[in-house]
Design a protein around this ligand. Structure first.
Ligand code: PLP
Length: 396
């Protein structure tokens, strides 16, 4: 009955683990959840007020498909201010979340059989979005010893005549690491040589630590800017995951195709959310500073605790809100008749026996790791790592 396309893909594993943890919680089980990929903060008041005002003023009808001009202008300002990137309105599209922008790009760019390079570990939706559009994900492995940055020469060795694009994600989900400018320059040099597009997912741009700053590959020079589609959104930086506002910037022809595709699928993103988005981008930005300081506190605690658990080792993430410890030393250990052989075995064991929800690294393409989101209170972080330590210590 179903299309080959539908059979090719799987549900988002991070969303399903979150659903499972929420269901256990609803049954009264005291779960500590490191599973979710969304800030635990409430959307700031000024943003909510802007949406309420929009409703009261009757701003509740269709808008232009790719977003209203004042929002596009706020996005243009954001690119100028944060990334030193200059775009025109025709080079911007607002979609129903960054995920939707990414999907529109896949629809606009990929032909059947095109190859798309995805550094792994990767965000869960990239391979499935590529496959939904009849293209082929080609994974380029990265290593903790390189801070999970893809090596430019390894990118080059994976390029064939069919390579259409490279997907970059910095700061990264799941690794929490940030690409440095030098590496980006070398990657730009390689992709330009072969005419490969870059899809740059910068949704965590505002969430960086230790004084590091995000650099957009598109900002390096005009040549790479023309080959890059930058994706960003409000979900992570303004705790607006439910509002569904994301956006993309790129050359006019691609944005126009994305807008046509959007006009035949979802139409405009929610009118009310667009008004809220203008307030988010142009209003006070102190919310981000506050949220970031709190994330930083949790990050420091979580990383040092994880590294003190025998068999686990974790790089210090410099962006986003995830810890990505290597747990491969625990594989082969057992308790009773249960043997832990993989990241899924470990995460299931921790869910059932420690009542801690987290995501197996295999979901992100690397079974040697697990992912913990610290978008949860510092007390929960403490309680959660204590439980993990205790459960891991019982393995032998
Ligand atoms: C959360 C996330 C997104 C999607 O964000 P939305 O705007 O909520 O669709 C995209 N990319 C990465 C890496 C993410 O973690």
């Amino acid at each position: 009955m179903l299309s080959e396309r539908a059979k090719r893909i799987k549900p988002s594993p991070t969303l399903s683990i979150d659903a499972k943890a929420k269901a256990m919680k609803a049954e009264g089980v005291d779960i500590v959840s490191f599973g979710v990929g969304e800030p635990d903060f409430d959307t700031p008041e000024n943003i909510k007020e802007a949406a309420i005002k929009a409703i009261k003023e009757g701003f509740t009808k269709y808008t232009p498909v790719g977003g209203i001009d004042p929002l596009k202008d706020a996005i243009i300002e954001k690119f100028k201010k944060d990334n030193n990137l200059n775009y025109k309105r025709e080079e911007i599209i607002v979609s129903c979340g960054a995920k939707h922008s990414l999907y529109n790009i896949a629809q606009a760019l990929f032909n059947p059989g095109d190859e798309v390079l995805i550094p792994s570990p990767y965000w869960v939706s990239y391979p499935d979005q590529v496959m939904l559009n009849d293209a082929i994900p080609v994974f380029v492995k990265t290593y903790g010893s390189d801070s999970f940055m893809v090596r430019p020469e390894v990118v080059e060795s994976h390029i064939t005549k069919k390579t259409k694009a490279l997907i970059l994600n910095s700061p990264s989900n799941p690794t929490g690491l940030i690409y440095d400018k030098k590496t980006l320059e070398k990657i730009a040099e390689v992709v330009l040589r072969y005419g490969v597009f870059v899809i740059s997912d910068e949704i965590y741009e505002k969430l960086t630590y230790d004084g590091l700053k995000h650099v957009s590959i598109a900002s390096l020079d005009n040549e790479i800017k023309a080959k890059t589609i930058v994706v960003n959104g409000l979900s992570k930086s303004f705790a607006m995951t439910g509002w569904r506002i994301g956006f993309a910037a790129g050359q006019r022809e691609i944005i126009k195709a994305m807008t046509n595709i959007q006009s035949q699928s979802t139409s405009n993103p929610t009118s009310i959310a667009q008004k809220a988005a203008i307030e988010a981008l142009t209003g006070p930005q102190d919310f981000i500073t506050m949220m970031l300081a709190e994330f930083d506190r949790r990050r420091r605690l979580l990383i040092s605790e994880l590294n003190s658990i025998p068999g686990m080792s974790c790089l210090t993430p410099t962006g986003a809100f995830y810890a990505f410890p290597n747990t491969s030393k625990l594989y082969g250990k057992s308790i009773g008749d249960r043997t832990i052989l993989s990241s899924s075995d470990l995460s299931l064991y921790l869910l059932e026996e420690a009542k801690v929800a987290l995501v197996h690294g295999e979901a992100f393409g690397d079974d040697d790791y697990i992912r913990l989101s610290y978008a949860t209170s510092i007390n929960e972080v403490k309680k959660g790592v204590d439980r993990i330590r205790e459960a891991v210590n019982r393995l032998s």
